[in-house]
Design a protein around this ligand. Structure first.
Ligand SMILES: [Zn+2]
Length: 707
């Protein structure tokens, strides 16, 4: 028996090693060598297998396993840390003449007649500095102000393109390696995220760079993992034990060590060669899988870079040539005021369709009424629109010479376009504050059924619109009280009417025909699917319901906090303002606003209706009320270093179950830091702030006592 167990154990150990090596290789092949040998699906299957094996063999834990990218370390905020070598930005120019001047100056300063240059595309992303010590990724910082940046290590670990550990097979691993590069979102990923966000009724990301930056600052590394960010290295910070004489050599070394670098970089023997490449690339860049807004050209030799040095602002040895944004002229046809789920009313431009940067655009955001007035924008105006890697186009200026005098000034609405109630103004922002506003309700329902809330599959924005138009959804609870035949009729009628309009046929006749078919065939898969999905979503629990109701100040994380503290909706509705204020992250304003809402008759109606519709309003985050007496309840805990007795994710789950909040970074609010072996900067920080530090033995004692 013992022998059998030992065999089983060693088999598992072998398989774990095999899987780890294979998945590391697959990542490298995909992100560094651009030669994938495994599909995403296959990768996920193997990753799940590895994760399952690791869970049943916690003794084989390895913090650098491919499963450890998302370590359950949700961040509560981002601390900043200094750059050991400042991360200065590179001087920009839009003119080839200026580029020539830059080169001439470098020749003059160095007293030479020719220089080898290195040029690579300037990817429109977010600059990061990655620090590897003994080959292990220990820190990731954003650029920040160049002197210090935000620590985003936990999120960066979730980016598959970035190795957690350097590859030492072809080159010795340097003692310290700081790599600067651009993390970015491939265009296809960006587009699919925006399609999804539109469907979910979320605000769209303006461009891939904003989406990347938002993703990096996400509080949940799982979000980062899902977003498929890419990385391309382009510079160095502190380095120890890496002998390279030029930028080209440096990039080659990075590639060997398993860090992705752009395949489009190249050396040039002269300024003339580089200028030709810049011009040629202006056309090629539109066809790339990512946004490129220019080309960075630098003196290749590190020794010469050293001699050239830097000005106060930027290095003299490099320059960024930027391509001008693409613009086009069109006519502003109309401004539509849209009501969001929180009541914000924002202007959206409808323009005569025009081609810009490879796509046809018809709409642009106008931000707010002050922006419109500042530009003196009028309906009928000829406007200049721009798309500079921006997916949501911008109206840049009014072409005043084209005015005929017939243009119509744009006024801010005094009443909500949907419910006609008077609007409220807050600076340049306009709100509809009518709690019963039909447009707000429409957006709220779309939010409520969205993936991170009740997650009712199959209920997209357009379908919600049709069901609301047909009078099938008048409250949140109605989502759970659908009748299949009525859904089918509503959707069928809308489609038939649309089809009839397109073909110029009689709508009623078409609808009658479609209904007759419906009576014969039954409601069909779509309607039944929606009902099944709504049924399944009833059991998501209080936290998800709260996150979905669009209560002011209550997003996903605050909803979770409430669901952890209160065992069901009834207990929550009895909470006093003081109870709420005692919660993590609940300030006075939030507590007062939420308490006000909870005690309103509207809230009581919503909860009563949901309960009647069979929606589970008990908390899923706290199983045992006993938890409230646990030592860990309400404590903020940070885990650091390698733990011997338990995996980090298992410990996080256990602590959260006991009511603790497990944070990603140490701050004054931290109650306990649990330090395993090889604990690094978090331990230092804890000591510096005088936060209580526990070793594993102490942890186990406390866990045993919390039972
Ligand atoms: Zn309204």
């Amino acid at each position: 028996m013992v022998q059998q167990d030992a065999d089983k154990h060693s088999k598992a150990a072998t398989r774990i090693e095999e899987l780890r090596a294979l998945l590391h290789r697959a990542n490298r092949a995909y992100y560094v060598d651009a030669a994938p040998f495994m599909s995403d699906g296959e990768f996920d299957v193997l990753l799940t297998e590895l994760s399952t094996l690791e869970q049943s063999h916690p003794e084989l834990h390895d913090p650098h396993s491919p499963t450890m990218r998302v370590g359950g370390e949700a961040s509560s905020g981002f601390e900043s840390a200094p750059h050991r070598v400042p991360m200065s930005s590179i001087g920009n120019t839009y003119s080839l003449a200026e580029f020539e001047t830059w080169y001439a100056r470098a020749l003059q300063l160095l007293g030479v007649s020719e220089l080898t240059l290195f040029g690579d595309p300037k990817i429109d992303g977010v600059a990061l500095s990655l620090r590897y010590e003994q080959g292990v990724l220990v820190q990731a910082l954003t650029r920040g102000d160049g002197e210090k940046g935000d620590v985003v290590t936990a999120n960066v670990r979730a980016i598959r393109a970035i190795p957690l550990r350097l590859d030492g097979t072809t080159r010795a691993i340097p003692a310290v390696l700081e790599v600067r590069g651009e993390v970015y979102m491939p265009t296809s990923v960006f587009n699919s995220i925006n399609v999804e966000r539109e469907r979910e009724g979320d605000e769209l990301f303006q461009n891939a760079r904003n989406a990347t930056s938002g993703t990096l600052k996400s509080k949940d590394p799982k979000v980062v993992a899902d977003r498929r960010l890419a990385f391309s290295a382009h510079g160095r910070g502190e380095c120890e034990g890496l002998t390279v004489a030029s930028h080209a050599e440096f990039l080659r070394a990075l590639r060997e060590l398993g860090i992705p670098v752009s395949p489009l970089g190249s050396t040039f023997a002269s300024q003339h060669e580089a200028a030709l490449a810049i011009e040629k690339f202006a056309h090629a860049r539109g066809g790339l899988e990512f946004g490129v807004d220019g080309m960075v050209v630098r003196v290749d030799s590190f020794a010469l870079q050293e001699i050239l040095g830097s000005t106060a602002k930027s290095p003299r040895w490099a320059i960024a040539y930027k391509y001008p944004a693409e613009q086009a002229k069109t006519i502003l046809l109309d401004v539509v005021w849209q009501v969001g789920k929180g009541g914000t009313i924002t202007p959206r431009a409808t323009m005569q369709p025009v081609r810009v940067a490879g796509s046809t655009i018809q709409h642009a955001t106008l931000h707010n009424i002050e922006e419109i007035q500042r530009r003196d924008l009028r309906i009928g105006d000829t406007v200049l629109v721009e798309k500079a890697g921006e997916v949501i186009p911008q109206v840049i200026a009014v072409v005043l010479e084209a005015r005929t005098g017939r243009e119509i000034p744009i006024e801010a609405p005094t009443h909500c376009p949907a419910c006609q109630s008077e609007v409220e103004k807050d600076g340049p922002k306009i709100y509809c504050t009518n709690a019963a506003c039909s447009a707000q309700f429409r957006e709220k329902v779309k939010w409520f059924v969205g993936r991170d809330q009740m997650d009712v599959d199959g209920l997209g924005g357009e379908i919600i619109d049709r069901l609301i138009d047909a009078g099938l959804i008048a409250s949140f609870a109605d989502v759970f009280l659908f009748d299949a035949m009525r859904i089918a009729r509503a959707l069928t009628a809308a489609r038939a009417a649309e089809g009839a309009e397109k073909r110029g046929e009689d709508a009623q006749e078409r609808i009658d025909k479609a209904f007759a078919k419906l009576e014969k065939d039954g409601p069909g898969a779509q309607a039944l699917g929606i009902i099944a999905a709504a049924e399944a979503s009833k059991s998501r629990g209080l936290g998800r319901v709260l996150a979905g109701l669009g209560i002011r100040h209550i997003g996903a994380s605050a909803a979770k906090t409430l669901a952890r503290r209160f065992k069901d909706a009834n207990e929550l509705m009895r909470a006093t303002e003081a109870d709420l204020e005692a919660l993590d992250d609940f300030g006075e304003v939030t507590a007062s606003s939420v308490s006000h809402w909870l005690h309103s008759s509207a809230a009581q109606t919503i909860f009563a209706e949901l309960a009647n519709a069979g929606v589970d309003l008990t908390s899923k985050d706290t199983s045992a009320p006993a938890m409230l007496n646990s030592f860990f309840n309400g404590k903020t805990v940070v885990i650091t270093g390698t733990l011997e007795t338990i995996s980090r994710s298992a410990l996080t789950e256990q602590l959260e179950g006991l009511g603790a909040k497990v944070a990603g970074s140490v701050s004054k609010k931290t109650h306990i830091v649990i330090a395993g072996t090889e604990a690094g900067s978090k331990l230092d920080k804890a000591i510096e702030l005088g936060v209580e530090v526990w070793d594993e033995a102490r942890l186990q004692q406390a866990l045993a006592a919390s039972g």
